[in-house]
Write a protein that binds this ligand. Structure first.
Ligand code: S3P
Length: 180
């Protein structure tokens, strides 16, 4: 590669996975990090380590406080490098300079199959399936925001998702421009 081209190509700083609850962000990020020697960061895990269970916290202090802390955790996470970050479902693409932003996008039908086993850990799922309609509305509202990510992966097979992320990470380096 010509010298001048080489210096104009900059690798992504981090990978960020966005998406609705149960879209697989944590599991994928964890495995990807292990496989490709990146740092695994999960905003929910960081929160839990410091403040305990999210459901309990939200019950006592409310979602507003949770969002405030979550925002700070995310800001710190994206300031790192060579990480793959699993962003909580209430975080959206757009403000993460030089990061590869990916929306994990299985269908709502697929997500619903996973909701039932995740009721206890997520306050928004505690009333599932009674609040199914509300959740669907929330999903549709958020969908537009998640879609702003550079890539959107509908695939649900774990290995295929990992390969796609690897492909995007390696083959779409930032050329001559600052992203976001
Ligand atoms: C939330 C998603 C959860 C967690 C919290 C709120 C949301 O993270 O941050 O329960 O608002 O969608 P996951 O997306 O990792 O489940």
């Amino acid at each position: 590669m010509a010298k001048e081209n080489k210096k104009n190509i900059k690798k992504y700083k981090n990978i960020i996975l966005y998406g609705f609850m149960c879209s697989g962000k944590t599991a994928i990020a964890k495995e990807f990090a292990k496989k490709f020697n990146l740092k695994f960061i999960d905003t929910d895990l960081i929160f839990k380590k410091k403040y305990g269970r999210i459901s309990e916290f939200v019950k006592k202090k409310g979602f507003k406080k949770f969002r405030e802390i979550e925002k700070k955790i995310f800001k710190k996470a994206i300031s790192q490098k060579d990480s793959i970050i699993s962003a909580g479902g209430g975080i959206f693409p757009g403000s993460s300079k030089n990061c590869l932003e990916i929306f994990l996008n299985p269908s709502f039908k697929t997500l619903e199959k996973r909701f039932i086993n995740n009721k206890k850990t997520r306050p928004l799922l505690s009333r599932y399936p009674e609040n199914r309609i509300e959740l669907k509305e929330l999903y549709l509202k958020r969908f537009k925001k998640y879609k702003k990510a550079e890539y959107n992966i509908k695939e649900t097979n774990k290995n295929k998702i990992i390969n796609l992320i690897k492909f995007y990470y390696e083959n779409n380096k930032i050329k001559n421009r600052e992203r976001n």
